[in-house]
Ligand binder design. Structure first.
Ligand code: S3P
Length: 437
C-alpha cells in the first residue's frame, strides 16, 4: 500500500455475507425453488453452499451472484459422506450446529486454525438444553460432533450476549423442535434470520427483544435479492471520510437498522454520509450512500451501537486514528473472539503506524491526530503489519494507507477472499494505491 490518494467514483460492494449464508440454509430447507441474486461469492458463503450440496441439495451456480436452490424441504437433508469443513466461517459453523442438531444423522463440523479456536459453547449449551447431543473439545471448540436425537424440544432462552449467530442457531433448531423456541436478546443484534424466515412464509413472533418460532411449520421457496454488504461498504465509508478530496457513491447498500451502527458512529465523528434513495429489497432496506471527506473528531462510542457495528469496528479504529482527539470504545469484549483478537491485533497494527493506542479488556482508546497527510508520502520505510489471517483487519489497514504517513505492507491477506474477493481490484479502481504481491 502506498500512502495518500483519495477515493472517487461509483462502486457496488458484493452481497451481504450474513444474508448469503441464510439464503442457502433456508432455500435448502424450503419446499420448492429459491432464486437468489446478489449472492456473495466469498469463501465463507461458499463453505455453507458446499455443505448443503454435500447433504444432497441441488444448487445451481453461483454465476454472477445468481444461485438457484432446489429445496429439499425441512426433512429432506441427507447424511454427508464425511466432515463438513466450514473454513474460516463462524456463521456457517454456529448456524449449522443448530440446524444439524435436529437431523436424523450424525455430522462433524471442522474449520481452519482460526475457527477451531473460537468459542462454540455459546451455541452448544443452549442447544443441549433443547435436547441436542453435541460434543466439543475440552475447550468448548470445534471439531463439533453432532449426534442424532429422537427430538429437540423448544426452550425459552435469555441470551447472555447479543449474538445473531446464537439467536439464529437456536431459531433454526426451533424449526424442528416440539413446541415453541424463544430467544430474548440483551440488546438488538442483526435480524436477517427473522426477516428471511418471514420471506419464506414461516411465522415468526417478535416483540420487545424476544423472538419465537413454533416447530413443525414449512418454508416455501421464494426469490431473494441480496443487498450489498454494509460491512464491506464500511471500508469505503471510512476511506472516503479520511482521505481529503474523496467523493464516493456506494450503490445498493443494505441498511437494515440492526446493521447501520457504523453510519451512526462515523456521523457522530463528523463524517459526511448522505443516504440516498432508501428503498426495500426483498424484505431488507437498502440505499445508495454518498460519502465525502470531512474532518473527523474522536468520540466515546455509545455501547448500544457496539452490536450494531461489531464487524465494522476495525474500520472505525482507522477513522479514529485519523480523527482529532481521543476515541474510546468499551463494551466490545466480543471483538476478542472474532476471526482474530481484533482488539489486540488492531492495537498492534495501529501502534506500528505510530498511533497512540491503549487496548483494554473490552475495547480500546485511540489518540487520533498523529497522522499528517502532507509532505510524508514515500518519505518513510514501509511499515509491516500482520493481519493474523483476519480479512477485516487486512482491509482496515489497506484503507489506513490513505492517511498513514508511510507505505504499509500487510501480511496474511488471503482471507480477504472470505468476505470480499475483489476488494483489491475494486478499491484500486476508485483510487486506493494497492498492490497485491
Ligand atoms: C453474524 C453475526 C455476528 C457477526 C458475524 C456474522 C451473523 O456474530 O460478527 O460476522 O451472520 O449472524 P455474533 O453473532 O457472534 O455477534
Amino acid at each position: 500500500m502506498e500512502p495518500g490518494g483519495c477515493l472517487r467514483g461509483v462502486i457496488r460492494v458484493p452481497g451481504d455475507k450474513s444474508i448469503s449464508h441464510r439464503a442457502i440454509m433456508l432455500g435448502s430447507l424450503a419446499d420448492g425453488t429459491t432464486q437468489v441474486s446478489g449472492f456473495l461469492e466469498g469463501q465463507d458463503a461458499l463453505a455453507t453452499l458446499a455443505a448443503f450440496r454435500r447433504m444432497g441439495v441441488d444448487i445451481e451456480g453461483p454465476a454472477d451472484g445468481r444461485v438457484v436452490i432446489h429445496g429439499v424441504g425441512l426433512h429432506g437433508l441427507r447424511a454427508p459422506d464425511g466432515p463438513l469443513d466450514m473454513g474460516n466461517s463462524g456463521t456457517s459453523m454456529r448456524l449449522l450446529c443448530g440446524l444439524l442438531a435436529a437431523q436424523p444423522f450424525a455430522t462433524t463440523l471442522i474449520g481452519d486454525a482460526s475457527l477451531v479456536a473460537r468459542p462454540m459453547r455459546r451455541v452448544t449449551e443452549p442447544l443441549a438444553r433443547m435436547g441436542a447431543r453435541i460434543v466439543t473439545t475440552g475447550q468448548g471448540t470445534a471439531p463439533l460432533s453432532i449426534e442424532p436425537v429422537p427430538a429437540l424440544r423448544g426452550i425459552d432462552y435469555p441470551m447472555p450476549i447479543a449474538s445473531a449467530q446464537v439467536k439464529s442457531s437456536l431459531l433454526l433448531a426451533g424449526l424442528f423442535a416440539t413446541g415453541r423456541t424463544c430467544v430474548t436478546e440483551p440488546a438488538p443484534s442483526r435480524d436477517h434470520t427473522e426477516r428471511m424466515l418471514a420471506a419464506f412464509g414461516y411465522p415468526v413472533e417478535r416483540a420487545q427483544g424476544r423472538v419465537c418460532v413454533h416447530g413443525g411449520g414449512r418454508l416455501t421457496g421464494c426469490t431473494l435479492a441480496i443487498p450489498g454488504d454494509i460491512s464491506s461498504a464500511a471500508f469505503f465509508l471510512v476511506g472516503a471520510s479520511i482521505a481529503a478530496g474523496s467523493d464516493l457513491l456506494l450503490e445498493q447498500v443494505g441498511m437494515n437498522p440492526t446493521r447501520i451502527g457504523v453510519i451512526e458512529i462515523l456521523r457522530a465523528m463528523g463524517a459526511d454520509i448522505a443516504i440516498l434513495d432508501p428503498r426495500d429489497c426483498g424484505g431488507e432496506p437498502v440505499a445508495d450512500l454518498r460519502v465525502r471527506s470531512a474532518p473527523l473528531r474522536g468520540i466515546r462510542i455509545p455501547e448500544p451501537l457496539v452490536p450494531l457495528a461489531i464487524d465494522e469496528l476495525p474500520a472505525v479504529f482507522i477513522a479514529a486514528a485519523s480523527a482529532e482527539g481521543e476515541t474510546l470504545l468499551t463494551g466490545a469484549e466480543e471483538l476478542r473472539v472474532k476471526e482474530s483478537d481484533r482488539i489486540q491485533v488492531m492495537a498492534d497494527g495501529l501502534a506500528a503506524l505510530g498511533v497512540p493506542v491503549e487496548p483494554r479488556p473490552d475495547g480500546l482508546s485511540i489518540q487520533g491526530g498523529a497522522w499528517a497527510q502532507s509532505g510524508l508520502e514515500g518519505a518513510r520505510a514501509p511499515v509491516s503489519i500482520d493481519s493474523h489471517h483476519d480479512h477485516r483487519v487486512a482491509m482496515s489497514f489497506a484503507i489506513a494507507a490513505l492517511r498513514a504517513p508511510a507505505p504499509i505492507e500487510i501480511r496474511d491477506c488471503a482471507n480477504v477472499a472470505t468476505s470480499f474477493p475483489d476488494f483489491a481490484a475494486l478499491s484500486a479502481r476508485v483510487g486506493l494505491r494497492i498492490r497485491v504481491v
